[in-house]
Design a protein around this ligand. Structure first.
Ligand code: NAD
Length: 458
């Protein structure tokens, strides 16, 4: 341990912790420990691994207020949203615990003439879990919970912006019976992540930006190991002319600005049929005006801090570019002048696809609303992106939604809802939104290798 990781509260700029960080040598040692521990962890009965995770869940419940306060302090997430994330995490744990056995049980797929064919599932071995900061319980837990349940050892690198949360997870898992060397936390920023990716692990499961994902894909590519990348998005929603403009606006304002717009599946582009455009925009602005901005630790706060200060520069660039290209700024548009990282909820109309705002991930409380003539134009614009994480449509007509959404290039589609993730459904991206699947039974099986058994009775 040679370096120090400083953790600051993004809402106040205050230093809240200084932690010893890993370096390449300590990362290598940790991977060696995990490698040595994995076979014994995998050899334990599934019931024992499940019991450890169930105890961990109980501990998360017992410490929920402390965990939420830590998350809010280091990420700037409004406290109610930190509690929501933890409660949602419990539901994901429940899903994984309930489904792991059926998802990974041996399956006889043929029997006849003395021959049996069976599909088995083996753990990958030692996996690297490199996580983002915006939903550390969700995106970390999507990996380490099923990975541990299926008998893998996990090297977990929380984001440098959510490391105190990562250390809580580490403490609770170990207190609940996961062996110290079956789950090992690696502390540090990007260079430490790169050192981990460079080790002889059996899988890399990454959540973060497309730029980092590309670097990891290049580093891992030649090694023929499981690579999963959950990356960013530029998620569109289309509001058709038969939708209720007020209901759609309220839902989509929340979808765009929840978690201060820092969600991979935040609504990032809105297309509205010209017949209801003005009513929709009026209702959207009304909803945004009601969002309370302020101390993330205070109950009732809806818009918190921007977690990473450089993101404010990205938002300012998108605003300047949109204005220069003729967009109409309807509210917000600038950083809030106080200590910490703050940005006003920002709404543009009169936007188009020449603008960065409609092309590049914003990852902040900012949205462009574009008027369209109908479904065909909306669909073409929705698919005019290098990303493909989620997309949605608001309409009263289910068949019309099904027709459009079946042609959208995205891993998840929403009818009359948005910014939603379910543990029961596969979470995946098309294009630059990534490769691989978390959640659902596929997101359990991804931590295993299928083994084909050809069994002939003597
Ligand atoms: P990031 O890419 O900056 O960092 C993610 C993680 O990668 C961090 O732990 C970081 O330390 C590590 N890292 C950085 N460089 C590395 C390297 N060269 N090798 C290995 N590890 C490295 O992303 P972020 O700012 O933490 O997260 C925001 C991004 O994550 C957004 O684009 C968001 O859309 C995306 N995201 C996607 C999903 C999803 O499910 N698709 C979920 C949450 C967030």
């Amino acid at each position: 341990m040679t370096t120090t990781l400083s953790i600051s509260n993004p809402a106040t700029g205050t230093l809240i912790a200084e932690l010893p960080a890993d370096d390449a040598a300590s990362v290598a040692t940790k991977v060696g420990r995990a490698r040595a521990a994995q076979p014994a962890w995998a050899a334990r009965p599934l019931a024992e691994r499940k019991a450890a995770i169930v105890r961990f869940r109980a501990q998360v419940v017992a410490e929920l207020e402390t965990l939420a306060a830590t998350l809010t302090a280091e990420v700037g997430k409004p406290i109610a949203q930190s509690r929501n994330e933890l409660n949602g995490f419990l539901a994901r744990i429940d899903f994984f615990v309930a489904e792991v056995e059926a998802s990974t049980a041996d399956e006889n797929v043929f029997a006849g003439a003395g021959m049996t064919e069976r599909i088995g599932h083996e753990p990958l071995g030692v996996v690297a879990n490199i996580s983002a900061w915006n939903y550390p319980y969700f995106v970390g837990g999507n990996v380490f919970v099923p990975a541990l349940l299926t008998g893998n050892a996990v090297l977990y690198k929380p984001s440098e912006f959510a490391t105190l949360t990562g250390l809580h997870i580490d403490r609770l898992l170990h207190a609940c019976g996961v062996p110290d060397d079956a789950f090992i936390t690696v502390v540090g920023a990007g260079a430490v992540g790169a050192a981990l990716v460079g080790q002889q692990v059996d899988g890399v499961f990454f959540t973060g930006s497309a730029a980092t994902g590309e670097r990891i894909a290049v580093a891992v590519g030649p090694r023929m190991i499981r690579l999963q990348l959950e990356l960013g998005g530029k998620d569109p929603t289309y509001v058709a002319d038969d939708a209720d403009p007020k209901a759609a606006a309220e839902s989509l304002a929340d979808g765009a600005m929840y978690n201060t717009g820092q969600s991979c599946c935040s609504v990032e582009r809105i297309y509205v049929h010209e017949r209801i455009h003005d009513a929709f925009v009026a209702a959207f602005l009304d909803t945004v005006a009601g969002f309370r901005i302020g101390d993330p630790a205070a109950d009732g706060t809806y818009i918190g801090a921007i977690t990473r200060s450089p993101q404010i520069g990205v938002l300012e660039e998108q605003v300047a570019d949109a204005l220069a290209r003729g967009a109409e700024l309807r509210t917000g548009g600038k950083r809030i002048d106080k200590v910490g990282n703050w940005f006003e909820p920002t709404v543009f109309t009169g936007v188009n696809h020449d603008m960065l705002l409609m092309r590049e991930e914003s990852f902040g409380p900012i949205i462009g609303i574009q008027k369209v003539k109908g479904d065909d134009e909306a669909l073409a614009l929705m698919n005019d992106t290098r990303y493909g994480l989620t997309a949605g449509m608001f309409t009263r007509d289910e068949a019309r939604a099904a027709k459009l959404l079946s042609k959208v290039n995205a891993g998840s589609v929403y009818w009359n809802c948005c910014d939603r993730v379910s543990p029961r459904l596969p979470w995946s991206g098309h294009g630059d939104s990534g490769v691989g699947v978390t959640l659902s039974r596929y997101g359990i099986q991804t931590f295993t290798r299928p083994k084909a058994w050809h069994l002939r009775k003597p």
